[in-house]
Design a protein around this ligand. Structure first.
Ligand SMILES: Nc1ncnc2c1ncn2[C@@H]1O[C@H](COP(=O)(O)OP(=O)(O)OP(=O)(O)O)[C@@H](O)[C@H]1O
Ligand SMILES: [Mg+2]
Length: 478
């Protein structure tokens, strides 16, 4: 916005994104302490100690995520964020000086309010609103897949056998016996049913009824659109770790509007991404800033109805991913949505307003208030209910990693657009992202378990299979 004042002071430069990152800290907003306005920030060196953003609907969580994403990006830290309602996509274009945003800038004493666009990459499991994100069934593994298929433990047992059997076949020389997509998995499960009698001695019992249940669950999963997700080219997690030519971190935005219709798919998919990051990234210890910040919106879906084994995995990944330089920020409506053992690991906390209509809600507000390091000036329990939109209780890790005293903080206004992109704006940004476009647009369908099993079931295939098995012995493999 041009400065129209007649006698401009010498420093009329509008702030640019880097102004919100100073001395290794990212500005969130300002608190009022006595008569002073005090900047509240997240320390970049402690940003991998994770965080929690909570608040009732409409209290400013998404805008706060936007501010965090902008800050990390400006600090050169790539970000991954799930975009539940489409409004985070606004990060990709310059915002405008709307009255409520300018007012917020003034409230927190910012001399000027500036706007900027941020480097973004769009992703979409369904391949519509961004580059397709795919994983192979094998990469997802039996634990997460069982959750996706809502299998019981005995059923999960059979799924484990299917994975193990395919692995053994590969080791025995049939290298293409890979479970890449749902067709492959279906084929292998079928095969388990057919060969149940012979496989029993090696792998254990495979009840026909169980095979039937898994097949039916697979069908449901396919109907939910998951077949688009499973396959190749699989996502290379390193593509989330990019910075732009200007050194700013790329903000990877996963379009999750449609995906949210199938909450289990959404949650499992995000958990898979976290697990991938955890497995693929090297150990780095404590860095001066994270390698990636992962913003996990609607995180309660991850924990709802999760079996102990899955919760164990979430806890383990959250605990250990820190030393890979990844900070995870869970976002939910109420802090009570996050199990204690995971909540205990979330050091940087931003609590927007909560409403208490029922005794149960009152109780959860009390619990939320008690998680903060006490500020003698604040009645935390009361303040949580009084906070305005875009205002939050903030306590972050500082010094040696201890939580700061909680402060009532007005979150700064974002520099990018508050609200979604138009279809055309989004398309233009996707098309400009040539590297990801080249790499991910086209689906690959290599020969894998499905084709291998089909081939084995023909007469020629059976002969070939026998030769493959015994070829070395008789010198037939030519
Ligand atoms: N820091 C802020 N400065 C100025 N305005 C803000 C700020 N935070 C939020 N607002 C205003 O409040 C509106 C609602 O905020 P937001 O979308 O972030 O809420 P939410 O908690 O994500 O809601 P929901 O739970 O429905 O997704 C915004 O569109 C914006 O107009
Ligand atoms: Mg929101």
């Amino acid at each position: 916005m041009p400065d129209t004042s007649k006698s401009s002071p010498p420093d009329t430069r509008l702030p640019d994104p880097s102004d919100y990152v100073q001395d290794g800290a990212v500005l969130i907003g300002c608190s009022r302490q006595g008569r002073d306005l005090v900047p509240e920030c997240i320390e970049l060196r402690l940003a991998n100690r994770h965080g929690l953003v909570t608040g009732a609907t409409g209290t400013g969580k998404t805008v706060t995520l936007q501010v965090l994403a902008e800050g990390f990006s400006a600090a050169g830290v790539p970000v991954f964020a799930a975009d539940i309602k489409g409004d985070l996509s606004g990060l990709g274009v310059r915002g405008e000086a709307r009255p409520n945003l300018v007012q917020r800038a003034q409230e927190i004493g910012l001399a000027r309010y500036g706007n900027a666009a941020f480097p973004v990459a769009f992703w979409d499991v369904l391949g519509e609103q961004g580059h397709p994100v795919r994983a192979t069934v094998q990469e997802m593994g039996p634990l997460l897949l069982s959750r996706l298929l809502e299998l019981s433990e005995p059923q999960e047992g059979v799924l484990n056998i299917a994975f193990k059997w395919a692995e053994d076949e590969r080791k025995a020389g049939d290298e293409r016996m890979e479970i890449l997509d749902l067709k492959d998995l279906r084929g292998v499960i079928d095969e388990m049913g057919k060969q149940a009698a012979t496989l029993r001695s090696k792998y254990g019992n495979i009840a026909p009824a169980t095979v039937g249940v898994i097949q039916r669950s697979l069908l449901v999963l396919e109907q939910q659109g998951a077949e688009k997700f499973f396959g190749e080219p699989a996502l290379d997690i390193n593509d989330f770790l990019r910075t732009g030519p200007d050194g700013r971190g790329v903000i990877n935005i996963l379009s999750a509007e449609k995906l949210m219709n199938t909450p289990r798919l959404y949650a499992t998919f995000l958990l898979w991404m976290l697990s991938e990051l955890f497995e693929k990234l090297p150990e780095v210890g404590d860095l001066d800033k994270p390698k990636l910040v992962f913003l996990f919106d609607e995180a309660h879906l991850l924990f709802n109805g999760a079996r102990t084994a899955v919760l164990d995995q979430i806890e383990r990944v959250t605990r250990l991913i820190r030393s890979k330089g990844v900070g995870v920020y869970y976002v939910t409506q109420s802090p009570g949505d996050v199990p204690d053992r995971i909540s205990a690991q979330l050091g940087n906390r931003i609590q927007h307003a909560l409403r208490a209509f029922t005794p149960k809600e009152q109780k959860s507000i009390r619990a939320a208030a008690q998680t903060f390091r006490k500020n003698p000036e604040l009645d935390t329990e009361r303040v949580i209910q009084e906070l305005q939109v875009g205002e939050a209780l903030v306590s972050v890790l500082h010094n040696k990693g201890e939580p700061s005293v909680v402060q009532r903080t007005l979150v700064r206004p974002p520099m990018s657009r508050v609200g979604p992109l138009t279809t055309q704006e989004r398309r233009a940004l996707i098309d400009a992202d040539a590297k990801n476009l080249d790499k991910y647009t086209k689906t690959l369908d290599r020969e894998s378990a499905h084709e291998r099993l089909k081939a084995r079931n023909t007469t020629v295939g059976q002969v070939k299979d026998k030769i493959r098995r015994f070829g070395n012995l008789f010198n037939l493999n030519r």
